[in-house]
Design a protein around this ligand. Structure first.
Ligand SMILES: Nc1ncnc2c1ncn2[C@@H]1O[C@H](COP(=O)(O)OP(=O)(O)OP(=O)(O)O)[C@@H](O)[C@H]1O
Ligand SMILES: [Mg+2]
Length: 312
């Protein structure tokens, strides 16, 4: 219990959509916890409810039912936010300020004195790689630089728990790699990170555990490795494929697809490919080639998400 930084208990959120329109069910019965010092990823497609969950945790939205707490304090309790930093999605910083002025402005609003901010600014600009840009007006910043500045802002109060909503949105691959390194270093310093993303590769690279959210429902929670069980798939090319043998194959292996003389099939175990080969041999069908097909994590993630929609 004590090592939970975040607890979410049967949380449901419905947005009212206005006069005579049905409410939007953004979250349905979500329960999860985030341990201290882990990097936890909330992964899901657009509209899954990721931002809604962060906003409820930070107390800027009220849940319809259920509860969410940070270090034991509910979202409505201001003490929950004392130890938190937040990089919102689609944030807009005043374009007429320089990066440095913005840090002073936002730090001031968070109740930090100028002396404290001055003491931290240089190290933060170094950390996010914006040192030489700190006195440039934000209107000249690229999308990636804005995200880095947002990250510096989120770290200003030296938070124990950092919420990042799509932190690498608009950032190029080099920048993404740098942000990943920053997050891993923050973890080494003992921080807890809650990361929202619609990018599988991003959470895979950096998170200890991941929750997959789809249409407001939790599909899966677990360690990154093994979260998506990628099944072995094969491509078997035959010399010729009589229709009757094709039918027999698809009856015995329902995932098999036959196009001309080629069979593609997803199996439970790699050894099962021998059963298909035996079947073809029994029917006198010659094989030209047998090769494993690489199924990416991305494909199996899509399969999971698409499969989930059907039983809603
Ligand atoms: N203020 C609001 N009023 C009504 N509906 C809303 C409101 N905010 C979000 N929604 C709806 O709630 C659902 C979840 O939205 P949310 O922004 O939490 O998703 P998300 O996973 O963060 O998506 P994205 O990846 O696009 O940022 C969506 O259907 C969205 O249209
Ligand atoms: Mg969002």
């Amino acid at each position: 219990m004590n090592d939970a930084a975040i607890q979410v208990d049967h949380l449901t959120k419905r947005y009212s959509a206005g006069f005579r329109r049905p409410p939007v069910q953004a979250l349905t019965d979500i329960s999860l916890d985030v341990k201290k010092n882990e990097i936890f990823g909330l992964l899901g497609p657009n509209g899954a409810g990721k931002t809604t969950l962060i906003k409820i945790l930070l107390g800027s939205l009220l849940p319809t039912s259920g509860a969410a707490s940070i270090n034991g304090f509910g979202g409505a309790d201001w003490r929950s936010r004392l130890s938190a930093g937040y990089l919102p999605e689609n944030h807009r910083f005043p374009p007429y300020l320089t990066g440095r002025q913005m840090l002073f402005c936002f730090g001031g609003m968070a109740g930090l004195s100028s002396t404290v901010i001055r003491g931290k600014a240089d190290a933060l600009f170094d950390l996010v790689g914006l040192h030489q840009w700190q006195n440039t007006k934000i209107r000249k910043y690229s999308k990636g630089m804005m995200q880095r500045l947002g990250l510096a802002q989120a770290l200003l109060n030296d938070p124990q728990l950092i919420f990042l909503d799509e932190p690498t949105d608009g950032v190029d691959p080099v920048g993404r790699h740098e942000i990943r390194t920053i997050l891993l270093n923050l973890k080494k310093e003992g921080k807890t990170i809650f990361l929202n993303s619609h990018l599988l590769a991003e959470v895979e690279a950096v998170c200890d555990r991941v929750a997959i959210l789809n249409k407001g429902r939790l599909v899966k929670v677990g360690p990154v490795s093994g979260l998506l069980d990628v099944k072995p798939a094969y491509r078997l090319e035959t010399a010729e494929m009589p229709p009757v043998v094709g039918e027999e194959t698809t009856t015995a292996f329902p995932t098999a697809k036959i196009e001309g003389t080629v069979i593609t099939v997803t199996l439970e175990t790699p050894g099962q490919v021998n059963e298909i080969i035996d079947l073809l041999r029994r029917r006198g069908v010659d094989l030209v080639s047998v090769a494993p097909v690489k199924v990416s994590l991305e494909e199996s993630f899509l399969e999971l998400i698409q499969g989930d929609g059907s039983h809603e």
